[in-house]
Design a protein. Structure first.
Length: 114
DNA sequence: CGCCTGACGCAAA
DNA sequence: GTTTGCGCCAGGC
């Protein structure tokens, strides 16, 4: 990501991908980072989500770490909100971990790859 | 300014 | 096989 303009839009790019996540599916910070070309900036994606608060358009609950763990649930107003929203979409969560993660996982690289 | 931290992820020890 | 450390980008102090 050498273009400063793209860096500026990094968050927006993250949001754009997150908004594309289908209901009942979830992806990982790293997957989004790789899709955006910054494969090793998964943390920044997490930071972007942190800044996504107050953005109902952005289903932050559908973004978890690469293991399918709800690592960011504490950053929701109510830690259970993330899990509840996932469950409401048919994604079962046990012990802060998504069940059948392989099936639920939505890889933008794979799904949106041109 | 420079140093530290963070919703992560991978390599190395 | 488990634990530690570093990189990535942005923001706070």
């Amino acid at each position: 990501m050498k273009d400063p303009r793209l860096q500026q839009d990094f968050f927006e790019q993250v949001y754009a991908v997150v908004k594309l996540i289908p209901q009942g599916r979830a992806t990982s910070y790293g997957a989004i980072a790789r899709y955006l070309g910054s494969g090793s900036s998964a943390r920044t994606v997490g930071w972007a989500m942190n800044a996504a608060h107050g953005r109902p358009e952005i289903p932050a609950h559908r973004v978890v770490n690469r293991l399918g763990m709800l690592s960011g649930k504490m950053h929701f107003g109510n830690p259970m909100e993330m899990q509840q929203r996932l469950e409401a979409e048919g994604v079962h969560v046990v012990d802060d971990q998504i069940r059948q993660w392989e099936r639920v996982f939505w890889d933008p690289m794979k799904e949106l790859d041109t």
